[in-house]
Design a protein around this ligand. Sequence first.
Ligand SMILES: Nc1nc2c(ncn2[C@@H]2O[C@H](COP(=O)(O)OP(=O)(O)O)[C@@H](O)[C@H]2O)c(=O)[nH]1
Ligand SMILES: [Mg+2]
Length: 405
Amino acid sequence: MSETSALAADMRRALRAQDRADLVVGIPSFRNAATIGHVTKAAAEGLRRHFPDKRAVIVNADGGSEDGTPDRVRASADGVPTVAGRYEGRSGKGSAFRAIFEAVVLLDAKACAVVDSDLRSITPEWIARLIGPVVRGEADYVTPLYARHKHDGTITNTIAYPLTRALYGARVRQPIGGEFGFAAELAKVYLGEPVWDTDVAKFGIDIFMTTTALARRVRVAQAFLGAKIHDPKDPGADLGPMFTQVVGTLLTLARKYADIWRPVTGSHDVPVIGEISAVEPEPVNASVRVLVEKFRAGAAEQDKAWADILSADTRDVARKAAESGNASAIGARFWAKAVYEIVAAAKNRDDTEVLARAMLPLYFGRVAALIGEVQGLDQAGAERVVEQQALAFEQTKPYLLERWA
Ligand SMILES: Nc1nc2c(ncn2[C@@H]2O[C@H](COP(=O)(O)OP(=O)(O)O)[C@@H](O)[C@H]2O)c(=O)[nH]1
Ligand SMILES: [Mg+2]
């Protein structure tokens, strides 16, 4: 049974007790007491400095932290009205966002920004750049653009960015960055979609928001935010569940929006808000040894699934690369083809999570290969490698269309 609301009674009451608002800043959290105070302070200061004439409310939707996370928000809001509490329903970031969308509607707000609670590098300017374009009527959906260390954002770099770009034709560099700005109408669209029992309630939320915005052809802009510094995750150690949630959602949506992406060829730039400047992000660790081991173990585990999903050629190359521990065989073109075989398999299947799990070992292999490809390169050099890979996805798209048909 699907919950009809993610807002618990006490949060709903607290929101009703507020006057209506123009702007909402939403902060999802789960055990972020150490960092959320700084995020709240930056949000409050951004609202005060950049939108002095607007009425704003900060909404913290928490997953039941025992470390006092919502208290830190209340204590750090510097006089900006704040509603902080626990959301209802499945635990996950997406349920927290659902509660925030509902708060936007209840407060009759016009625009909202959401920011992660583990951010160290957020400044008041982020709020201006995320909500400003929506307030000024220049965009309906704003994605972040930041400098990330070359080993951070591996799900973004290997699949979310290149696949979203090739499917929907928009060069949204951080489709799952976590920080977004959007118009209230879009929040209503999100609430109306029948996704809240799926991985969208978890880490599928970001790709759901971006894909829905692109498929509906709303006006999208990217906000340059400098460097993203947050609690880092090692791609080998931490990212398996997040990968299947993001990719499972991506595949489900590819199925739903096939009529929209099939005619799209090439891609176009998405406007950037704010001056892009060079910034040095903090290094993120990635263990190639762990990645290659996960590639090997996952390949053995998924061998039967691969037989159903992948072409004989692709399976053969992937198997040999995994068995010999030679991840460099998972180059950009090969990776694009393998991804497309899995996307095409989603045409006639509901179990996209199974398909995402079949892709996971290949992703570990691809990340290991990519770490090799960007070795010794600076930020700009690594960025060029990611762009080359995105081009490979665009150029290989006819293969997807062929397999889809
Ligand atoms: N409410 C809630 N928030 C979550 C949950 N999982 C993650 N978040 C929040 O979602 C944001 C992004 O999560 P994070 O782990 O930093 O993911 P990443 O930065 O994408 O690797 C943070 O603000 C988290 O506190 C959850 O289960 N419930
Ligand atoms: Mg984070």
